[in-house]
Design a protein around this ligand. Sequence first.
Ligand SMILES: Nc1ncnc2c1ncn2[C@@H]1O[C@H](COP(=O)(O)OP(=O)(O)OP(=O)(O)O)[C@@H](O)[C@H]1O
Ligand SMILES: [Mg+2]
Length: 495
Amino acid sequence: MFTPSGAWGTILKDESFFKQLLKKSIIFKSLKFRIFIIVLSVGIIPAFIMRLLLIKSYETRAVNQRITDVTNQCTILCSRLEEAGYMDDTSDVRINDELTQLSNLYDGRILIINDNFRVIKDTYERSEGRTMVSKEVIACLNGSSNMSNRNKTYNYVEVTVPVTSQDGDILGAMVASAATDYIDVNKANLNQRAWVIEITVATFVLVIAYALSSTLLQPFDKVLGAINSAKEGYGADLKRVDVPDYTETREIMDAFYLLLGQINEADTAKEEFVANVSHELKTPLASMKVLSDSIRNEENVPVEMYREFMNDIAEEVDRENQIITDLLSLVKLDKQAAVLNVEQTDLGELLEGIVKRLEPIAAERGIELALKKDSVVMADVDSIKLSQALMNIIENAIKYNKNFGWVKITLDSDIQFAQITVSDSGIGIPEDSLNRIFDRFYRADKSHSKEIGGNGLGLAITRSTILLHKGSVRVSSIEGEGSTFTVRLPLIYEK
Ligand SMILES: Nc1ncnc2c1ncn2[C@@H]1O[C@H](COP(=O)(O)OP(=O)(O)OP(=O)(O)O)[C@@H](O)[C@H]1O
Ligand SMILES: [Mg+2]
């Protein structure tokens, strides 16, 4: 016996082969193919059913007509039999002729049976004198009127009609059979013609189905074409192709270009970031190179100069170190892998700690640092990470302030959120920079940036940390007057 092996074996073993083929084959999944099949079925199946119904109805009508005809003829003959006293004497030539004619007409046979179930006349002359007890004859002699049945195997109908006296007594029965071959011949003819019509309709529907499935889906081909060309021209100046044929195709294209825009933006941001990182990392290295070269190239360098240059080099190393530390913490925050060690924290205390650490720096420039908190606000936060984030904001408020300016910090809360605001009397942020200051390496005031110092990473870290806490941070600012940063944090942290 053949046992399938390998891939075929697995296919055949698990599920029926055709089911698997159906699942695997791409063509069956194609919308074009499905529309084609639907149109084809809608066009052809009704035609097929109609043909069957038509032939069936013709057959029923033709058989009924035949039975009615034979019954009528037999009923007339039965009354003639009675008048002629045929049930007692079957020698009447005229009646016998009529019986023979009728059986010839219907290509059948006629039997006359008396009330003793004895056959007194058989147009085939085979059964005369014999007894015939059939269901129909019994029923007929017992008073049932006309009985009929159809024999499909031998293709005839049989009719049993009672022979009744004028008083209404049942004298016997006439059993007449009539051939129905012609019905089959007509059925075959009809069927043949219906097939011709059906094939013509099927061909017509086939063409329509193909044309319809192709035209209906043409816009989707356009969509595919547009997406493919976008794929090829990706990165270059992409020309937008719209497919407004259907609402659906228009929406697909809109969604596609939106996604493409986002991918492009992400790509540009990534490129910018890499460029910025390289630049920022190279700057301290370049300074170190200049400093060390100048000592190397000079002979008899005084110790003071060595010390001074080495100090400068150490500062650059610190800066490089700071950039790398900041970048690493950003990467960690980005990966969402950052695990927050959330615990109930008194935010007032946390802010006090930050203010305490920053006060000496503020004092150096005569900047007043004030914290206002009306009530105790407890929130689920990672105190170390949040401290760092808020410190960046307050540090900026001092850094980008005027000498003898002020920084005001407030802490408030409602049922759901804690709100911290940091306002300053500083240099402010230009409007076009407002939504960029949270970007990595972005520094708003290029002219002062160098002397103020910083890497442009502080606010990026702040925003990532606050987002990780499921909070938000906003900024408003007027150039030359000052800025206000508003941080909102949920009191209860839900993962
Ligand atoms: N309170 C503020 N007032 C004016 N400008 C501000 C203020 N806070 C931030 N900025 C602007 O936003 C930029 C980005 O701030 P961010 O804290 O990210 O970087 P940085 O302070 O320059 O460097 P880093 O914090 O990494 O040392 C700053 O360079 C500055 O131009
Ligand atoms: Mg900063």
